[in-house]
Design a protein around this ligand. Structure first.
Ligand code: NAD
Ligand code: DAU
Length: 332
């Protein structure tokens, strides 16, 4: 059995990964999470106590991080400030967690010679035109747009430097937009699903023509596990499931699947600097590691996700009012 340290394991994608590891491996998982507004212990409910431990702490706390890494075979680093709109409102926590937090982990894995996997985003590559035939690959130059994506890009570059200069045994993955259970209601898909469940019209930024490349969080987890088990040290892998959709199409789908007229949404103030389109070419991951997604059908994945939010109101409703007042104050 291997001891894994999962940072940010009480967040959306981290908690999905912990569930995936417990179901598909024999590993023991220690979650390190500071439980910001985005962390929720309820996302880890029901997991066996013999296989999952929780440590409430901050990834910028160097002595704590060092003591945990000393007992760990591999670190999978999910913890981050993750929301673009928050980064436009108050960038500082993004620098602390995404840059200093990653630096703190890298120094610990360097000292203890621990395997490290870094979770990152396709947003480090900037955006594409709607009609661009190219998609992002591992060699696309970095060109981030927002405080969030620039701090993620900075953290990726720290990992590359620590791998090259200090021999840290690191891999990096850059994934496209995730959806699925346990996603905070500030994000696009859960915000619209829970709006509809509350009888409120979905809100589209601008014209709604921006395109995101959607992947179910379960498929992100299986890809990360493949990289951890079979990835080559020092390599970067792009994770995506060929799920390009405009925001307008996603809102229409949610309305249709919930039995509402497809035009029953409203346009709201656009996001400053709003990236137009993301698209991932995941050929390297598929051909070198033999990974493929299991949620090939976006409509089925969204239908499952709607059911999850319908059946788990107690998980999301405590955060809904504060999230909506944040948006209302900014015209979103
Ligand atoms: P999230 O906001 O849902 O969860 C982040 C978690 O990190 C929370 O549990 C929070 O409490 C914890 N955290 C934040 N700051 C911390 C700190 N200083 N110390 C310890 N814990 C801290 O985020 P998410 O959407 O699950 O994203 C997880 C990772 O995946 C991030 O690195 C993000 O950049 C990356 N990513 C996200 C997406 C996406 O679509 N959401 C896509 C690609 C990559
Ligand atoms: O591409 C990966 C990234 O995807 C991750 O790195 C980020 O952590 C994650 O938050 C996500 O970033 P986005 O900015 O793409 O996600 P968000 O859910 O905030 O918005 C998705 C799209 O929907 C985007 O074009 C903005 C739009 N939007 C968002 C909200 C909240 C709306 O039209 N209406 C909304 O109410």
């Amino acid at each position: 059995m291997t001891a894994l340290l999962v940072t940010g394991g009480a967040g959306f994608i981290g908690s999905n990964f912990v569930h995936h590891v417990i179901e598909h491996t024999e590993h023991h998982v220690t979650v390190l999470d500071s439980l910001t507004y985005a962390g929720n212990l309820a996302s880890l409910a029901g997991l066996p106590e013999s296989r999952v431990s929780f440590v409430h702490g901050d990834i910028t706390n160097a002595p704590l991080v060092d003591s945990l890494v000393a007992e760990t075979d591999a670190v999978i680093h999910y913890a981050a400030e993750s929301h673009n709109d928050n980064s436009l409102d108050n960038p500082r926590p993004f620098l602390d967690t995404n840059i200093i937090g990653t630096y703190t982990l890298l120094e610990a894995v360097r000292r203890h010679e621990t395997r490290y996997h870094h979770i990152s985003t396709d947003e480090v590559y900037g955006d594409l035109e709607l009609d661009d035939p190219e998609r992002f690959t591992e060699s696309t130059p970095y060109n981030p747009s927002s405080p969030y994506s620039s701090t993620k890009a900075g953290s990726d570059l720290l990992v590359r430097a620590w791998a090259r200069s200090f021999g840290v045994r690191a891999t990096i993955s850059n994934c496209s937009n995730n959806y699925g259970p346990y996603q905070h209601v500030e994000k696009f898909i859960p915000r619209q699903i829970t709006n509809v469940l509350d009888g409120v019209r979905p809100k589209l930024y601008g014209a709604g023509l921006n395109v995101r490349d959607w992947i179910h969080a379960e498929d992100h987890s299986s890809a990360v596990l493949s990289i951890l088990e079979r990835g080559s040290i020092g390599e970067t892998y792009l994770i995506g499931a060929d799920g390009e959709k405009s925001n307008l199409d996603v809102v229409r789908l949610i309305l249709r699947l919930t039995g509402n007229p497809e035009d029953d949404f409203e346009h709201v103030t656009d996001r400053p600097g709003h990236d137009l389109r993301y698209a991932i070419d995941s050929t390297k991951l598929r051909t070198e590691l033999g990974w493929s997604p299991s949620f090939g059908d976006f409509e089925t994945g969204i239908a499952h996700t709607i059911d999850w939010y319908r059946n788990n109101r107690s998980w999301w409703s405590p955060a809904k009012a504060a999230t909506e007042s944040f948006y209302a104050a900014r015209g979103h």
